[in-house]
Design a protein around this ligand. Structure first.
Ligand SMILES: [Zn+2]
Ligand SMILES: [Zn+2]
Length: 296
């Protein structure tokens, strides 16, 4: 049986979001989908997996709601085990940023450019800068050619990193992320900070890679589910490097220091046979006194 993962979002006002959490969960359960959804007054953000038939039946039924009929749904091959459960939650924001309230993609966000437009900017070697709005550990396994990693561990860190983007302020800036949702808010934040020539990639890396599997996205796409990474086939180079020895790898592990728990790339040699793994020596040193309690 074939499985499929659905990825989608929309910034749209949802009145009574808590009530909608209950409705949306019931719809997912009806179609036996597992995954994660966040619902806020500002919109919805979801990744769900089910059989091909079930996911398509879900999409058809969900889109009967006029608020969501125009949502772009990204589809990728599932494994049947991308998620262990269904979690549908109310949140204040569908991407946690804590930006000032006037940064609201429902009111103002950067214009979208299509994957075709971005592709042709690369082909023409145009003067532009791609800023990756994901976290650094996501960037590690794959990213757009020549793109900038601002160095975030979470979306709320953009205000601390924005200064290092100012040198590109007069260039055409294109923000990119996995499926587009983070760019809606991150590009709006750049506009709020006085950047003027800002665009965002419509449908994110997911949509670009689907169309250009051997294009300017290099490596593999990090996912927030048990697949860890994904691609759409085709020949591609491995850009991921082991954080410990710098050899080529695409495997992620969490740092065994529970206070760190950071995801990082690690090769098979450095992983060894089970036992704890640490993202760096400092983390190992901090964890060493509790080593005997560490469980991987
Ligand atoms: Zn290694
Ligand atoms: Zn660590």
């Amino acid at each position: 049986m074939g499985y499929q993962v659905l990825l989608f979002y929309k910034y749209v006002t949802i009145e009574q979001p808590q009530d909608y959490v209950v409705q949306f969960r019931a719809l997912c359960e009806k179609h036996a989908l597992l995954g994660r959804a966040l619902i806020a007054e500002e919109g919805i953000n979801a990744t769900l997996e089910g059989t091909l038939e079930a996911t398509e039946a879900f999409v058809q039924e969900w889109k009967e709601d006029s608020r969501f009929s125009d949502v772009q749904i990204k589809r990728s091959p599932g494994t049947g085990a991308a998620f262990r459960k269904l979690s549908v939650k109310f949140r204040n924001e569908i991407v946690g940023t804590k930006f000032p309230q006037e940064v609201d993609p429902r009111v103002k966000t950067a214009p979208h450019i299509t994957p075709d437009e971005l592709h042709s900017l690369y082909e023409k070697k145009d003067d532009f800068v791609v800023v990756d709005m994901r976290n650094s550990y996501e960037y590690a396994s794959g990213h757009f050619a020549n793109s900038i990693d601002p160095g975030m561990n979470a979306s709320r860190e953009l205000p601390e990193k924005v200064e290092k983007l100012r040198i590109h302020k007069d260039k055409k800036i294109i923000t990119v992320c996995t499926g587009g949702i983070r760019c809606e808010k991150m590009s709006a934040y750049l506009l709020h900070e006085g950047f003027e020539n800002v665009y965002q990639l419509d449908g994110g890396m997911h949509t670009y890679m689907e169309k250009y599997p051997e294009g300017y996205f290099k490596g593999t796409l990090f996912t927030f589910d048990d697949r860890m990474t994904m691609d759409f086939g085709g020949k591609r180079e491995i850009v991921g490097k082991c954080k410990l020895c710098n050899s080529t790898t695409e495997s992620y592990q969490n740092c065994s220091n529970a206070e760190c728990n950071m995801l990082f790339l690690i090769c098979d040699d450095c992983t060894g046979d089970a036992g704890p793994v640490f993202c760096d020596e400092a983390c190992k040193a901090r964890a060493v006194h509790i080593l005997d309690r560490v469980r991987r």
